[in-house]
Design a protein around this ligand. Structure first.
Ligand code: ZN
Length: 187
């Protein structure tokens, strides 16, 4: 217990301990933190869908919708060095699978697009703005396109190691993305 000196100010003899956060020391993930992670994404069948391991860590600006919502929620409050193994439900990932986003169109409606084939991704203009669609069937003159994200309807299993957490610069906050290694490079 610090002993108080007599007098109206009540000044403490021993100043309270102050924790100084040195740069590079543990910082919790919060909005506008720049977070670097290594990740491996697998589906429920155990197949690896994506991984940063062996390459550069992914750097992202936290709290700006740069990652799927479920992942940002799991990462909030964590620190560099933390490892996570999380399962994200479709609704918190790339959305539930929506059958209404499947459309059959005549091939001639895809004017100017050559070699239409299954797996091809096209940019479609919709009432909600541009959307990436995937060609899923080509039968005769009819082409089936699917506006769902390729990972819609899937549970996503992430194995994550947080490698760095730092404060974003004002410029990064203004741009809404990370600059430098693992982030955005302006030409
Ligand atoms: Zn920028």
């Amino acid at each position: 217990m610090p002993k108080l000196l007599p007098g109206p100010l009540g000044i403490s003899e021993n100043p309270p301990e102050v924790t100084v956060l040195l740069s590079g020391s543990a910082m919790n993930i919060a909005p506008d933190a720049v977070v670097s992670i290594h990740y491996t994404l697998t589906n429920d069948a155990g197949e690896t869908l994506d991984s940063s391991v062996g390459g550069d860590a992914l750097a992202y600006l936290h709290g700006r919708g740069n990652l799927i919502p479920g992942l940002e929620r799991e990462l909030a409050g964590k620190q560099a060095g933390d490892k996570l193994n999380v399962k994200i439900a479709p609704a918190d990932g790339y959305g539930e699978y929506d059958k209404s986003l499947i459309q059959r169109v005549p091939r001639r409606s895809l004017r100017g697009i050559k070699n239409v084939h299954v797996g091809m991704q096209l940019q479609a203009n919709t009432e909600q703005g541009p959307r990436t669609v995937t060609v899923t069937h080509v039968v005769g003159d009819m082409v089936t396109i699917d506006g769902n994200h390729p990972l819609a309807g899937q549970s996503l299993n992430f194995d994550i190691e947080i490698t760095d957490v730092r404060a974003a610069t004002e410029e990064e906050i203004a741009h809404g993305h990370v600059h430098g290694p693992g982030g955005h490079h302006h030409g």
